[in-house]
Ligand binder design. Structure first.
Ligand code: PLP
Length: 352
């Protein structure tokens, strides 16, 4: 603790991201995509006129928002973009959840939400998952006085996704505050709630280029929702940083969106590898939660999660282990290439 820190900063508990190792490891710990971005991304970077860097980027990111709008079949006024979806989420906490009432959230979900809640002094009302490790939609909707609802669908780190009908059932019950559905992993087999934004004025959907578009290093995320909500996000953005998306990121994002074929091929490959990995883990005795994301959450009845994590790390394989009471026995394993998953299974075979 430094005497120079403000009281608010003393109170923070920052998010700890998964390790980005400097040595060569089979990296299955931060849900990155194992395949390269679309070929057009390289062309966009090579064709970029360096002189453009003299100029500030378009503060409205109009071209990128139009490209996203076209891809989602919505109006560009219904799209917001930011420096990774983490930033978009932070803006959303600031814009929508700072009421004098608790925010409804699952106990197990993306671990950045409690960090933002702490940063913005938002009280959380946590709802346990169901016995099947699913987000309990009924419980989220049960109370009345709230500042909003937030959850990831597919959820992290469980991978379970509710169908659109369940999201709609929630929206029918929660009408007073914003319901934020974080769709960071939606492209790996779940249904997007973007289809509902014209019918529910309080629905905001966030997404990212980091997972299905293979652009985690670029930092590009978005929100899609009714214009009124997008305008709320813009008010926060323009009170914080006018240019969260730089001109290179915009160009690269547009190039990635254009290549539908590459996008489809990569996500199908990840889905196929996920199902194969699930079967192989089950054959080794693991309980693997059904996943619609680019990772699986798995535990073994005979081996503690921490022990398997350490054993894999010694064998050059990095997965994610959460040191919390609920998840302590699990490993969260990102779906890599087929070769990487072969290495994982071989290493587990020697460990078990
Ligand atoms: C559920 C969820 N939401 C949002 C993010 C943030 O993604 P990014 O900031 O890379 O867009 C992540 C990253 O792992 C995530 O797991």
């Amino acid at each position: 603790m430094s005497q120079y820190w403000s009281p608010a900063v003393r109170e923070l508990t920052p998010y700890v991201p998964g390790e980005q190792p400097r040595e060569q490891l089979v990296k299955l710990n931060t849900n990155e995509n194992p395949y390269p971005p679309a070929p057009g991304v390289g062309e966009a970077l090579r064709g970029y006129a360096t002189d453009h860097l003299r100029l500030y980027p378009d503060p409205t990111s109009a071209a990128l928002r139009e490209a996203l709008a076209e891809s989602f079949k919505v109006a560009s006024s219904q799209v917001f973009v930011g420096n990774g979806s983490d930033e978009v989420l932070a803006f959303a906490f600031q814009a929508f959840f700072r009421h004098n009432a608790p925010l409804d959230v699952p106990t197990i979900t993306y671990s950045f939400y409690p960090v933002y809640a702490n940063l913005y002094s938002v009280e959380l009302r946590k709802h346990p998952l169901t016995e099947q490790w699913e987000v309990d939609i009924d419980a989220l909707a049960a109370d009345t006085n709230r500042s909003g609802v937030i959850f990831a669908n597919p959820n992290a780190p469980t991978g379970h996704a509710h169908p659109l009908s369940a999201i709609e059932a929630l929206l029918k019950r929660v009408t007073d505050r914003v319901v934020l559905v974080d769709e960071a992993y939606v492209d790996f087999g779940a249904e997007s709630a973007i289809a509902l934004i014209d019918r529910y004025p309080n629905l905001l959907v966030t997404g990212t280029f980091s997972k299905s578009r293979s652009l985690a290093g670029l930092r590009l995320g978005y929100a899609v929702g009714p214009q009124e909500l997008i305008d709320g996000l813009l008010r926060v953005k323009d009170s914080f940083n006018s240019y969260p998306v730089d001109s290179l990121a915009s160009l690269v994002g547009i190039a990635a969106l254009k290549d539908v074929e590459h996008f489809e091929a990569c996500r199908e490959h990840v889905i196929t590898t996920r199902e194969r990995t699930r079967q192989r883990l089950e054959a080794l005795g693991f309980e693997v939660l059904p996943s619609k994301a680019n990772f699986v959450l798995a535990q073994h009845p005979d081996y503690p999660g921490a022990q398997l994590f350490a054993g894999l790390r010694e064998r050059g394989i990095l997965v994610r282990h959460f040191n919390t009471a609920d998840l302590n026995n699990f490993l969260r394993i990102t779906i890599g290439t087929d070769d990487e998953m072969d290495s994982l299974i071989e290493a587990l075979e020697t460990l078990l």
